[in-house]
Design a protein around this ligand. Structure first.
Ligand code: G3P
Length: 224
């Protein structure tokens, strides 16, 4: 099971990999837009550096035609390293590009997946990760959990492909995706924070602290 961060904020990425078991970062043009007019390549190079070599970086193409997608993928790989995952939306041209680039040993994350058929086409074309848009599926009356569990049977049989749950709006959706068989999830920093903020936990910690102080007064554990 893998957790990635769906963010292009350097500060958020640094903080998340410092505190949490984050194994990668996913970006797309909308996520990058939130950072303002930052220099594209320099910003991604900085993210790459912060991540180190073993955490994965997923960078999306912008063009929509097969030829341009391939050219952009080549540039992404040249600029950011061959271990970078090129995110390609699963359109007709996208599928052709995935087929071609996977034969050229590119790492591909198929994205903008709203249904099982798109996911299947991307899987059979050689995509390593299949980024399923959980919340957007729900908004379009598609049951993302049913899609994930069905797709998991295909990836298990095929022995390739990993389901990457994406587009989450809350922790419950993240957990449902994992329970349904997603191999990985990519989550915005604020969802991680919301999943960990609980007055119950905070009160429990305060109570433990009070119990300690009742016995040891101002002395800490290290003072004993
Ligand atoms: O990783 C895909 C994701 O960023 C799309 O999420 O919130 O735009 O539906 P959202």
């Amino acid at each position: 099971m893998v957790i990635m961060l769906d963010s292009a904020s350097l500060a958020a990425i640094e903080n998340a990999i410092d505190y949490y078991p984050i194994e990668g970062v996913t970006t797309n043009p909308s996520i990058l837009e939130k950072e303002g007019d930052v220099p594209f390549w320099e910003h991604l190079e900085s993210i790459r550096e912060v991540l180190g070599r073993w955490r994965s970086l997923h960078v999306q193409v912008v063009s929509t035609s097969y030829e341009e997608i391939v050219k952009e993928a080549e540039l992404i790989r040249r600029r950011l390293g061959e271990e970078t995952y090129v995110k390609i939306p699963v359109t007709k041209d996208g599928i052709k590009a995935i087929k071609h680039l996977s034969h050229e040993s590119f790492h591909i994350t198929a994205t903008a997946i709203y249904n099982e058929f798109q996911a299947l086409m991307a899987l059979l074309s050689g995509a390593e990760y299949l980024a399923l848009y959980f919340n957007r599926m729900e908004n379009n009356s598609v049951d993302p959990c049913a899609v994930i569990s069905s797709l998991r049977k295909y990836t298990d049989e095929y022995g390739k492909g990993k389901i990457l749950g994406a587009s989450f709006k809350n922790v419950a959706q993240v957990l449902s995706a994992l329970r349904s068989g997603a191999h990985a999830v990519t989550i915005a920093p604020e969802i991680i924070s919301s999943g960990l903020s609980s007055s119950l936990v905070e009160n429990a910690v305060l109570d433990f602290r009070k119990s300690w102080e009742n016995v040891h007064k101002e002395k800490g554990l290290l003072d004993l």
